[in-house]
Design a protein around this ligand. Structure first.
Ligand code: SIN
Ligand code: CO
Length: 411
């Protein structure tokens, strides 16, 4: 029997799933938000102002130790950075991106930080923490980055263009928050990081393990380790128009019909042959925008883009499995879950659900849509007799072979 290896990394640990279907996350007071409802948080804080919650996520304590982060930073395919400040002049910064080597961690200066991206792709326990934020859809997620720094270590005063929940996992970090920044904000010149020269400090608190600080996009922040410290950044990034336009134009380039010249505008005698007159210009613009607004490629391009992983290197390459191989393990306690490194999204269409995973359209039998929807919504489903139907097993084998889902063995 060939079953896809479940643990790509020893960090993938115990997985527990608890989903209460009757629970509406919007109207309940949430511990992770300090007792306010998601509704209130989204109206008053999200994208607007910071929120500090003490002991918001006690589950995070002890999940990772500093050495785990160091080890993970050295793994192949992991995206990590080592940030160093010179001993002689801490205002001089140095950044090294993956691949990092053991040698990089020898002879470190006094002040340094290791940043490891997408730790949720390597640890089930860390991936599980996304469930604490059920009020933000999965397509808005970026990744869970973990930083490790010794006393005094930081990544400098800066701002980000995305929403982030900073959660202290180990040790303590002092966070200062300042002014709102934007594209016109000036950075310190000649440094490898976009650092702010000044911060108008309006918040100054030390976070302990389990504490959470929500920082909206644009808000200047500065976190300095008080001792050996791990900070988890739950990042939520919006797509940018430039990348969306690139994706759409790539998809349109595949349509040979679009290479045919347009029909000419209803033409009258030209007064000035050097001019493109307003009728002509409006015609060209309208033809383009009309096509864009109803083109089938458009929806496919957006869905493909939104379902692409930001860290495709962490998507495992599973061993091929056939539907028949799966029959042997039905009812033995396996669970079907979303592969933590994969992105699975769907859209509700008139004729059913349209699934996209890791940039590709997913074709499954109609009768399996409901189960796949549950998986995309973050639930696990028991691999039991209910799935013992040839078309289901074909779909599941295909999804396993493409690393969209995975089978989690019984405890
Ligand atoms: C850190 O964890 O040191 C930095 C996280 C951030 O500022 O976004
Ligand atoms: Co930041």
């Amino acid at each position: 029997m060939r079953i896809k290896a479940c643990n790509q990394n020893q960090l993938k640990g115990q997985y527990t799933s608890f989903v209460d279907l009757a629970f509406n996350p919007m109207s309940h007071a949430l511990d992770v938000l300090g007792g306010i409802t998601a509704e209130q948080f989204l109206t008053e804080y999200w994208q607007k102002k910071p929120l500090l919650v003490r002991n918001a996520l006690p589950e995070i304590i002890g999940l990772l130790e500093p050495d785990d982060v160091k080890e993970l930073a050295l793994e192949e395919d992991v995206s990590a950075r080592l940030i160093r400040q010179k001993n002689k002049d801490p205002n001089e910064w140095h950044v090294k991106s993956s691949p990092l080597t053991k040698g990089d961690f020898q002879k470190l200066p006094n002040l340094w930080t290791i940043l490891v991206q997408a730790v949720d792709h390597y640890s089930f326990d860390v991936a599980e923490l996304w469930k604490k934020f059920p009020f933000i859809p999965q397509w808005r997620r970026d990744d869970i980055m973990v930083s490790y720094a010794p006393k005094g270590g930081s990544v400098g005063k800066h701002f980000d263009f995305y929403d982030v929940f900073l959660v202290q996992g180990y040790g303590h970090r002092r966070w200062q928050l300042g002014q709102m920044c934007d594209e016109s904000t000036q950075f310190i010149p000649d440094q490898p990081l976009k650092l702010l020269a000044d911060m108008d400090v309006q918040f100054d608190e030390i976070l302990s393990p389990g504490d959470l600080l929500y920082v909206p996009p644009g808000l200047a922040h500065y976190g300095v380790a008080e001792d050996d410290c791990l900070t988890y950044s739950f990042g939520f990034r919006m797509p940018n128009l430039s990348e969306m336009i690139d994706q759409v134009s790539d998809k349109f380039a595949e349509n040979a019909l679009l290479k045919n010249p347009l029909v000419d505008v209803a033409r009258q005698q030209t007064a000035n042959i050097g001019e493109i007159n307003s009728t002509e210009f409006s015609y060209l613009k309208a033809e383009l925008l009309n096509y864009l607004s109803q083109a089938p490629e458009f929806d496919a391009a957006i869905m493909s883009y939104m379902s692409q992983s930001n860290y495709p290197n962490s998507i495992p390459e599973p061993d091929e499995i056939a539907a028949e191989d799966l029959i042997e393990i039905i009812g033995t306690g396996y669970q079907l879950i979303l592969e933590p490194a994969s992105k699975l999204l769907y859209r509700t269409q008139a004729d059913g659900l349209d699934f996209w995973a890791n940039g590709e359209n997913v074709c499954i039998s109609k009768s399996f849509e409901n189960q796949l929807k549950q998986i995309a919504d973050g639930q696990s489903i028991a691999f039991d007799e209910n799935l013992n139907q040839p078309e289901y097993l074909e779909d599941i084998a295909e999804l396993l072979n493409n690393a969209v889902v995975m089978l989690l063995p019984p405890n």
